[in-house]
Design a protein around this ligand. Structure first.
Ligand code: IMP
Ligand code: MG
Length: 173
């Protein structure tokens, strides 16, 4: 199949999670946290990280979609906030699967900041710095990777491969 090559194994992911959770926990203020995940890509990483944090937490969701032709967001990002939950005055942790051009993350952060959280921290499973078009970074990064299109552990290609336990390089046949 076109996703045979494992870039990050299940063991590597599961080994990185507690260390990443400890790093995020150390940076978050004490008390309840509202964890916001960007659908759908962040969901598998997001629930694993959320459980590894072992804190008093609530969950919220944003749905991001890029419109226009092609697979690249190019800044044409639409964000659905229907299931975001209350942000104002709360300590918020934003989780996404991958930071690529940065358009989705930048727009999401703007929306969250406009709702005046008490604090906002950001965490992504993967970062592809070589692809960045917007000057933005995540506070916490699971893995920095080269410029590959990857699938698995939440990430898709046309909705396929999300439930793979590892991260693989997608190479069309
Ligand atoms: P950005 O707006 O270009 O940063 O796009 C970020 C979003 O594009 C991510 O949340 C993913 O949903 C998707 N994306 C970016 N790179 C990949 C990839 O390598 N595989 C699967 N989805 C990706
Ligand atoms: Mg996504």
């Amino acid at each position: 199949m076109p996703a045979d090559e494992i870039l990050i194994s299940e063991t590597e992911i599961q080994t990185r999670l507690p260390a990443l959770a400890a790093e995020v926990n150390a940076a978050l203020p004490d008390g309840p946290v509202h964890i916001v995940m960007i659908l759908k890509g962040a969901i598998i990483f997001g629930v694993d990280l959320a459980r590894a944090l072992m804190r008093n937490a609530t969950l919220g969701f944003l749905a991001a979609s890029s419109y226009g032709a092609g697979t690249e967001s190019k800044g044409r990002v639409q964000i659905d906030t229907e299931h975001l939950g209350e942000i104002e005055g709360r300590n918020v942790l934003l989780i996404d699967d991958i930071l690529d051009t940065g358009h989705t993350f930048a727009k999401t952060i703007d929306i969250l900041k406009s709702k005046r959280p008490a604090s906002l921290r950001t965490c992504v499973l993967m970062d592809k710095p070589a692809r960045r078009e917007v000057d933005i970074h995540a506070d916490h990064v699971g893995f920095a990777i080269e410029n590959h299109f990857v699938v698995g552990y939440g990430l898709d290609c046309d909705e396929a491969y999300r439930t793979l336990p590892d991260i693989r390089i997608y190479a069309p046949e």
